[in-house]
Design a protein around this ligand. Structure first.
Ligand code: F6P
Length: 498
């Protein structure tokens, strides 16, 4: 499907490159370690086919920033294998500045604030200054990338596309736009936010809110997962900057330009997950146990503490599940330098210990807790064989776990998806059971309902869920973005996107 998507050459700008660099201890050489995410799967082929470039942080602090980026390993089968090193622009940031920008401003301020948890947000002028500087650095690198692209493709009629990603880089667009205008260079600029955009009452707490809005409005199109986030953004532009807005058409006027705002819900590489589920070996616990599955980065937005308490409540309220149901919680370590994440790790360790201590019998423990990464094969097998996916974030931009679970549900009869209404996924996966994670008792009731749901109802719900995710996969998202930018060159007939 990705062969059918094309545009003018694209420069993708993201905090992380689509792979990280690691130093091989034995040889001393740098090596690429591929990323398996859906974003990379969809976007990398478009960058490679269009002879574009990818600008980002390489995941390592090098003593010599001119040390060349290695080519991919000849056996590399991942989507970035064809991304030549000359097409990769590494942004090197001095260690202290990076720490202040990434751990401080991005993950200590924007992450909690945009997830509507302002009490957890730290507002620091120092972090903001470094965020500003790092954004400038990314913009400079993007500008050089654009110049080299235009020089290389001087006969091309297509306008190059700059696609900036996420809350790390909300300021970069204007510097790129201004420099391009000064040099009389054509380019279209798009931005996509992978996390929620908060309501005005929350957003206004950020002391430098104007600059964030102005930065995002430096793009021609700003995309969010769902309409609610679009409306929040439009609202903030009107109330904070006094922009003229058109809510129906999702347009914001600013600085003599009109910026498009669009809901572009991200999907997953559906067929890849189906294939993984078809080939993955069985890895589940004992055969007569039902598994309730949780898979998340260890992040306070994911509602992990609430989830464990809801499971504990299930065992109290519905003792028929004792020794028959296990919660398998996979928590992937994340942002381990940030204190909030360290505290959560401790809290989870204690809670798992307490609940297991309370209910464990000689042949059963209620919670299996994995703090670490699992392979894609294992993950697909867990998704396939779980009776219930318990996806209960307190707030989440989209949540791809809900979608990956659905893709892997190839067993007959299938399992049940339980999802929080506070995730983007909860807004659109209507056939799932909706569960408010803040109401522990009600969440236990919903989980009980999922565990006891009749087979025909499970099949009906899952069929609808799978059908939607198959069509609205990550390539569909990629196409929708290009279409919203007016940059899609259709190569596969007259398909019309709604
Ligand atoms: O969901 C937002 C996001 O920044 C993703 O883009 C990223 O994959 C994930 O969170 C993990 O973030 P980090 O790059 O900080 O590990």
């Amino acid at each position: 499907m990705s062969e059918a998507v094309s545009s003018g050459s694209m420069i993708v700008v993201s905090n992380r490159l689509p792979f990280v660099l690691k130093r091989n201890e034995a040889t001393g050489r740098l090596e690429r370690k591929a990323s398996a995410g859906g974003l990379v799967t969809a976007v990398a082929p478009v960058v490679i086919q269009g002879n574009g470039l990818w600008v980002g942080w390489p995941g390592i602090h090098l003593d010599d920033p001119n040390e060349p980026i290695p080519e991919s390993d000849p056996n590399d089968q991942t989507p970035t294998a064809g991304l030549l090193s000359k097409k990769v622009v590494a942004v090197h940031v001095e260690r202290g500045m990076f720490d202040s920008y990434y751990n401080g401003c991005c993950n200590g301020t924007f992450w909690p604030l945009f997830h509507s948890m302002p009490d957890r947000a730290v507002f620091s002028a120092e972090h903001w200054k470094n965020y500003y500087k790092v954004n400038q650095l990314f913009a400079e690198k993007t500008m050089s990338a654009l110049m080299s692209l235009i020089l290389e493709q001087k006969d091309s009629v297509a306008t190059p596309l700059v696609w900036i990603h996420d809350y790390h880089l909300m300021l970069a667009a204007n510097w790129v736009r201004q420099a391009a205008e000064e040099k009389d260079m054509r380019c279209k600029m798009g931005f996509f936010l992978h996390i929620p955009f908060p309501p005005w009452d929350i957003f206004r707490l950020f002391p430098w809110a104007d600059e964030i809005l102005q930065g995002m409005l430096g793009n021609d199109m700003v995309g969010f997962h769902i309409e609610d986030y679009c409306l929040n953004f439009v609202d903030c532009c009107q109330r904070r900057l006094g922009c003229r807005v058109d809510r129906k058409g999702m347009l914001v006027e600013h600085g003599g330009r009109t910026v498009r705002v669009r809901p572009l819900p991200i999907g997953i590489p559906f067929d890849r997950f189906v294939q993984l589920a078809e080939s993955a070996p069985r890895v589940m616990l004992t055969t007569n146990q039902k598994v309730v599955l949780g898979v998340d980065r260890l992040d306070y937005t994911k509602g992990l503490v609430h989830r464990l308490k809801a499971f504990e409540c299930l065992l109290e309220k519905y003792p028929e599940h004792l020794e028959k149901v296990t919660l398998l919680q996979i928590s992937v370590p994340s942002r381990t330098d940030v204190k909030e994440y360290q505290d959560l790790k401790e809290e989870m360790d204690q809670l798992v210990g307490r609940i297991n201590g309370r209910f464990t019998t000689y042949n059963w423990s209620p919670i299996r807790y994995i703090y670490g990464c699992v392979s894609q094969d294992e993950l697909a097998a867990f998704y396939r064989d779980a009776a219930v996916a318990f996806v209960t974030p307190l707030r989440d931009g989209m949540n791809l776990v809900a979608k990956e679970f659905v893709a892997c549900q190839i067993n007959e009869p299938p399992g049940v998806l339980v999802v929080s209404p506070f995730a983007g996924a909860g807004e659109m996966m209507h056939e799932a059971l909706i569960c408010n994670p803040y109401e522990i008792h009600q969440a236990a009731d919903v989980l009980h309902r999922a565990l006891t749901m009749p087979e025909d109802e499970r099949t009906l719900r899952m069929n609808y869920l799978r059908r939607r995710e198959k069509v609205h996969d990550v390539n569909y998202w990629m196409k929708s973005f290009l279409k919203a930018m007016g940059s899609l060159i259709e190569e596969d007939g007259d398909e019309v996107l709604p």
